[in-house]
Design a protein around this ligand. Sequence first.
Ligand code: FE
Length: 229
Amino acid sequence: MNSKVLYKLSYGLYVIGSTNGVRSNGQIANTVFQICSEPLTIAVSINRKNLTHEFIEKSGVFSVSILPVTTPLDLIGQFGFKSGRDLDKFANLAHRTGMTGVPILLENSLGYLEAEVVQRLDVETHTLFIGKVVEAEVLGDAEPLTYAYYQTVKRGLVPPTAPTYIKSQNSPDREGGQKYKCSVCGYIYDSAQGDPASGQAAGTLFSALPETWVCPVCGAGKEKFEAMP
Ligand code: FE
């Protein structure tokens, strides 16, 4: 069996928000899809270990914010590689509370859905939550971020708790650069591409990055990076 074929499935990337009645939390998920139109129903797969899972179980509601292709890596890192047990992920981001009490992202979002859980299905490490959509709005017209774009262009990897995580995942092959891998999140710094978002031009060697430079995904310092063979 060649599990690499799973990389050929297409997905978007979303921030899934929920609440426990006291505070909110959110996480990145790629596994959102519409199930039917009448009534409008969607599904999302969430890892049981995640705080967002706990919140959805408790409140029975969740939001889906749709990320644009221009989403900065640090926002994906904030929601995808950090835990709401350690920080309030929405604290420094424009957001509001929806009609069901869930957090809704108002920056880097093309729109959102709010849903009430009508069914749930235990699937090994994950729960598939099926939700009736009770509110929806468009917030922008940019191109949605796809999982493929995130992996190949933004060079992002996925945490082990993601439904699509495959052991010993490798980044797409690239030629000619000096590569360093973030030991926290798996992001790969490739000197051939640099990190233009933080002002590091293509061709900048890892050793030439300023000491203040941090992983664009998870915020880890240079000392967390390891040279790749
Ligand atoms: Fe990182």
